[in-house]
Design a protein around this ligand. Sequence first.
Ligand SMILES: Cc1ncc(COP(=O)(O)O)c(C=O)c1O
Length: 362
Amino acid sequence: MRLEKVGRQRAMTLASGCDFSSNDYLALAGSAALRSAAMDALARGVSPGSGGSRLLRGNCAEHLGLETDAARFFGSESALFVGSGFAANSLVVSTLPQRGDLILHDELIHASVHEGMRMARAPCQKFAHNDVDAAADAIARWRAKGGCGTPWIAFETLYSMDGNVAPVDDFAALAERAGAMLLIDDAHAVGVCGPEGRGLAAHLHGCENVVTLVTCGKALGCEGALILAPSVLRDFLVNRGRSFIFSTAPSPLIAAIVRESLSIVANADERRQRLRLIIEHAGERLAPLGITPSGMHIQPVPIGEDSRTMRIAEALQARGFDIRGIRPPTVPAGTARLRISLTLNIDEAAVSELATALEDLL
Ligand SMILES: Cc1ncc(COP(=O)(O)O)c(C=O)c1O
C-alpha cells in the first residue's frame, strides 16, 4: 500500500499509559456520574437505539429534552442534536450556504468543515490562520466582482492541533460590518472555557448570524454534537440536510447521558479551576525546554520532521506516556508535532515526569 511506503500508514491501538492524548478534558468520560446517568436512563425505560430517522419514528423525548436544555444553557434560540461533530460540521456547511454565497474558512479549519465544503453549493476560499483582515479583504474582493449573496466565515475558537485561540470578537465585528454569517466550531473550548463552561463563543449564541458547533465527545465526555442556531436555520437543516434526513437518529440513551453531562459541566467550576492549575504547571515545566506554553489544555510540541516526531512519540509511549505524534495531512507539511492534551485524568506530578522525559528525548 502506498501509505506504508511513505511511512504514513496508521493503525489503531488500545488506550494505555498516562492520558496525555484524550479530549476528555474534565475526566467525565469514565466518571461515576455519567455511568449512573446511563443506568438511571435505562431504568426509566430510555432505549439504547432510536429505531429510525428523526423525521420518521426515531425522534424521542430524550432528543427533544436535550435540545431544549442545550438551547437554554448556551443561550441560543434552538439546538439540534446529531451523531458526531464531524457529521454536524459537514451537515451545516453542505446545507446552509446557498448558490451565490461564499464560504470563507480559516486555513487550519477541521477536516469536517472541508468535508462539508466538498458537498457545498457555494464556492470556498481559505484565509490565513486567524487573520480577520484577510477574511475582510476576501469579502471585499468578492463583492467588487459582483458577489451579492451571503459570506459564511468558518473558524475554530480553540485550534485542536495548535492550542491557540481565534479572535472571536473581531470575526463577530467583521460579520456585523460585512453582513456575514459565522460558523463557529467551539469543539475544544466548550466545558473548559467561558462562563459555566459555555465556551469561547458563549456571548454570541443568541445572535441571528451565528451557528455554533458544540461537540459532546470532548469535555462533555460522551459523544454526538449540538448545533446551536436560530430556529429558522435549525428548521432548514431538519428539512434540507440530507445527512440529517436520511440517517438514523442518535441513541436516545446517549442523549440522556449528554443531558446529565451538560448539567455537570454547568456546575464544574472546581474541575475547571483544577485543570487551570495543571495547565499553569505544564507551562512552567515546558517553557525551560524551549516549548512555548499555549496557556490552554492543548499544548503542541513542534518537532517538524515526521519520522523524528513519530520516534519521539513512540519513546514517550514506551515510558508510559500516551502522547501521539501528529503529522501531515492532519497538520501542514513540515509542522509535525507532539500534541499534549491536558485533562483531569492526570495531575501535576505526571506533568513533571513528562517534562523530565521530554528533556531527555528532545
Ligand atoms: C475542531 C473539531 N471540530 C469537529 C470535530 C469532530 O467532532 P467529533 O469527534 O464529535 O466527530 C473535532 C474532533 O475531532 C474537532 O477537533
